[in-house]
Design a protein around this ligand. Structure first.
Ligand code: ADP
Length: 402
């Protein structure tokens, strides 16, 4: 009998799951539950070539999980609940407490609850997901996989903000970094690919959220996101790093509250703030139609990527084993990949291999590959990220060890 593991992603009114067979890392089924708590809630489950779905009142996350279990059994996706050996949960923030994935005990759950101030948008849904699994699958080990954990190795000089030190000691204001599960996946992929444990990498994860991580000797050394995922790169709807004085200035000028400004920086800034479109494909359409703000948004977006690459190239003293482009935008967009490489080419001596670059992306021949020429000072690869596999892998290893 194959061992099965669930990966759970709890949102405030949604719950997504994937059922894996381990250690093969094969996906057996995937599904989602939406509008939990509302009158028009619905769910959908994909299994082999079939889709099971229904509109059904889901009062809370626990009801959603009980429906998930009912459907897994009714559709013979599993024969018995005892086949499920573990559950891995995506959790946003481990604060300074967790620099590794961990078996969820009462203490761990309490800590995740206490860390809600650092992840106010994510933690309530994730906590609901953990509790719902505990109620429906009592005794099955659960593991928390924190999006911040991989960055726990950053040196103090890279995580301390130059603000009153008391803000750190009293309130834990510091750089934490996010997308850690993705950066960890890519690091472990590259360690195998290059057959080198102490790899130095610059990993550019650019999707609707975006962050760049500098990996030194196989560990996160610096990263662009900060206390929250708002810091760093320009993103789909997020501003990335800005002059902090803008907050007071715009509050005075436009009469906005701190909450309203925070909302604007998170939801109405970035690509969307400049050109009105946050989906990168829509920005490309604007550019094709000759829209000036679309082009400007593209340039500002690209510039923020280039500046972070330059910063991390210097932090690694130029000793970079590879640079990696990953996540929705960089896995798929040929033009941005080429433009980035052309712009850093003069300083870093990297040259795009146009033929190989053209082959990679959605609807193209390949999903991954090397996109620089042999003369380049370092190789640049496109590698699809896989956060879910990283979660199920950590869960499997921790459950086996427990
Ligand atoms: P997240 O996980 O942060 O939601 P993703 O990594 O899924 O984000 O990336 C989403 C982004 O990738 C969107 O801006 C989308 O436009 C972009 N994207 C997806 N497919 C393509 C494509 N074929 N060409 C260009 N951009 C794409």
């Amino acid at each position: 009998m194959k061992e099965k593991y669930l990966v759970i992603n709890g949102g405030s009114s949604s719950l997504k799951f994937s059922l894996y067979s381990m250690p093969e890392e094969e996906i057996i089924a995937k599904g989602y539950f939406e509008k939990i708590g509302a009158d028009d809630s619905f769910w959908s489950i994909n299994y082999k070539d079939e889709v099971f779905k229904n509109e059904e009142k889901l009062n809370d996350h626990s009801t959603a999980v009980s429906v998930m279990i009912r459907e897994l059994l009714n559709n013979k996706i599993i024969n018995d609940l005892s086949e499920i050996k573990g559950v891995g949960h995506r959790v946003l923030h481990g604060g300074e407490l967790y620099s590794e994935s961990v078996l969820i005990t009462d203490k761990v759950l309490n800590d995740i609850v206490d860390l809600t101030n650092l992840g106010p948008l994510h933690h309530p849904g994730e906590i609901a997901g953990i509790k719902a699994m505990q109620e429906n699958l009592p005794g099955v080990p659960e593991v928390a996989v924190f999006d911040t954990a991989f960055h726990g190795t950053m040196p103090e000089s890279n995580y301390i903000y130059a603000v009153p030190y008391e803000w750190y000691t009293k309130y834990k204001v510091r750089r934490y970094g996010f997308h850690g599960t993705s950066h960890k996946y890519i690091t472990s992929y590259m360690q195998k690919k290059l057959n080198k444990k102490d790899v130095n990498l610059i990993i550019c994860h650019v999707g609707s959220g975006a962050s760049i991580t500098c990996v030194k000797e196989g560990k996160s050394y610096d990263t662009s996101m900060g206390l929250t995922p708002l810091d760093g790169l320009v993103m789909g709807t997020r501003s990335g790093s800005i002059d902090p004085s803008i907050i007071k200035f715009i509050s005075n000028e436009a009469g906005l509250s701190v909450d309203e400004i925070d909302n604007a920086l998170n939801k109405n800034s970035g690509l969307k703030g400049i050109c009105g479109k946050n989906d990168f494909r829509d920005v490309l359409k604007l550019i094709e139609s000759g829209d000036k703000l679309g082009k400007l948004a593209y340039l500002v977006f690209m510039d923020s990527i280039i500046k972070h690459i330059a910063e991390y190239y210097f932090e690694l003293e130029g000793k970079v084993d590879a640079m990696i482009f990953t996540a929705g935008v960089l896995e798929n967009n040929v033009m941005l990949r080429k433009d980035i490489i052309d712009n850093i080419s003069g300083a870093m001596h990297v040259y795009v291999n146009e033929g190989e670059n053209e082959k990679i992306g959605y609807g193209r021949e390949l999903k991954e590959g090397l996109i620089t020429t042999e003369e380049s000072s370092l190789p640049i690869y496109v590698i699809p990220t896989n956060e879910e596999v990283m979660i199920v892998r950590d869960c499997y290893e921790i459950v086996k060890r427990a």
